[in-house]
Design a protein around this ligand. Structure first.
Ligand SMILES: [Fe+2]
Length: 367
């Protein structure tokens, strides 16, 4: 049960382009989760991969055992603490997970529920995706397009810079993702690493004046490239609800706050990405272009806000899209395949009571 706070009284002008979505509505703000401590280090050992982002558990933590747990109270407590741990560190890595594709769907929903998602937010169905064998929206991530040319990647859109692919999942939807899960079962002998970056760290890299200015703005996110892919390859796009009654149609365009508060942690992050964010709504085109270029450069070049993961067979990564970006590495030709599930979350909002992650972590050390 999430407590609603009504302390945010900031007002905003409406965006000039795209859907009208005020960046901050007091009723949207949630109280961050308070971990119970059940996910203790001795029972569930893990290590931070960098100060900014990434936590790696040992293979003793098997999600299959958590899913099969008969004590549902304990299961819910574990998922709550896992949601907090993943959201605090941006991405969690869980090596050698013995899971079926459909298990990913259950884990995604349990994590989403633990993090307080709206009840009408469920698993996302990608606009270009076919349902899995059991009718569940667990997508295949692969470097080989299917017979209809469907492929969940930006492979035919990318520039020659590997860093051109930084994005957060489905930010073009009005109810974008909270958690994405990816379990790789087929890998090249080398290559295909995934990079993740911390939106908390990007926010913390900004001056207080820039943080304050950006917190008054919204940005348009769109994915018109899917309509082009559909025209080119002749497949039909999904226009019925994609994991939320708000995610419908073939416009694939919405506006979100530029600074987003993560409801699970209460921490502030920079919420733009170069794949989907096209315009700062309240600025003129040149101002928007210059500012977005700076923010995308900050995201691509701040390598102390990044972690690079080399996959092992059956490794599972779970990341919080509200406070991270990620980028694939297309440096291989052998088959690379995995299963992906994405849970839709809440309407993004900015809460001026949110904290900087750096300040929060410094506080934890002092305490
Ligand atoms: Fe992605």
């Amino acid at each position: 049960m999430q407590t609603i706070t009504t302390t945010n009284t900031t007002t905003y002008s409406l965006p000039l382009t795209g859907a009208v979505t005020p960046p901050s509505l007091a009723a949207l703000a949630q109280q961050p989760l308070q971990p119970s401590g059940i996910l203790d280090q001795a029972t569930y050992p893990r290590q931070r991969l960098t100060p900014a982002i990434g936590i790696q558990f040992e293979s003793g933590l098997q999600f299959k055992e958590l899913l099969d747990m008969e004590d549902k109270v304990k299961q819910a407590a574990l998922f709550k603490d896992l949601a907090h741990e993943i959201s605090l560190h941006g991405v969690g890595f869980f090596p050698a997970q013995d899971l079926e594709a459909d298990d990913l769907a259950r884990i995604a929903l349990l994590l989403g529920e633990a993090a307080g998602k709206p009840t009408d937010s469920v698993l996302h169905i990608h606009p270009t995706q076919e349902l899995g064998e059991n009718g569940l929206p667990v997508g295949q991530i692969t470097n080989v397009a299917d017979k209809d040319g469907r492929q969940i990647s930006f492979a035919d859109e990318r520039s020659t810079f590997a860093s051109a692919g930084w994005h957060t999942d489905i930010s073009f939807e009005p109810r974008p993702a909270n958690y994405s899960l990816l379990r790789m079962h087929t890998l090249p002998s080398t290559g295909g690493d995934t990079l993740f970056s911390s939106a908390y760290a990007h926010y913390d890299a900004l001056s207080p004046a820039m943080q304050s200015f950006l917190s008054t703005l919204t940005a348009t996110h769109h994915a018109e490239m899917f309509r082009e892919q559909s025209r080119r390859h002749g497949f039909k796009l999904r226009t019925d609800p994609r994991g939320s009654p708000h995610n419908v149609g073939d416009v694939f365009r919405t506006s979100h706050p530029v600074i987003r508060t993560n409801p699970t942690t209460g921490l502030q992050g920079l919420f733009v990405n170069q794949c989907f964010t096209s315009r700062i709504d309240q600025l003129n085109w040149d101002e928007s272009d210059a500012l977005l270029k700076y923010l995308f450069t900050l995201q691509a070049q701040t390598h102390d806000a990044q972690v690079r993961y080399r996959w092992g067979i059956n490794d599972l990564a779970i990341w919080d899209n509200r406070s991270t970006n990620h980028s694939a590495t297309f440096d291989y030709s052998a088959l690379r395949k995995g299963d992906r599930a994405v849970c839709c979350g809440e309407q993004p909002y900015y809460d001026h009571n949110g904290l900087s992650r750096k300040a929060y972590m410094d506080q934890q050390v002092r305490d």
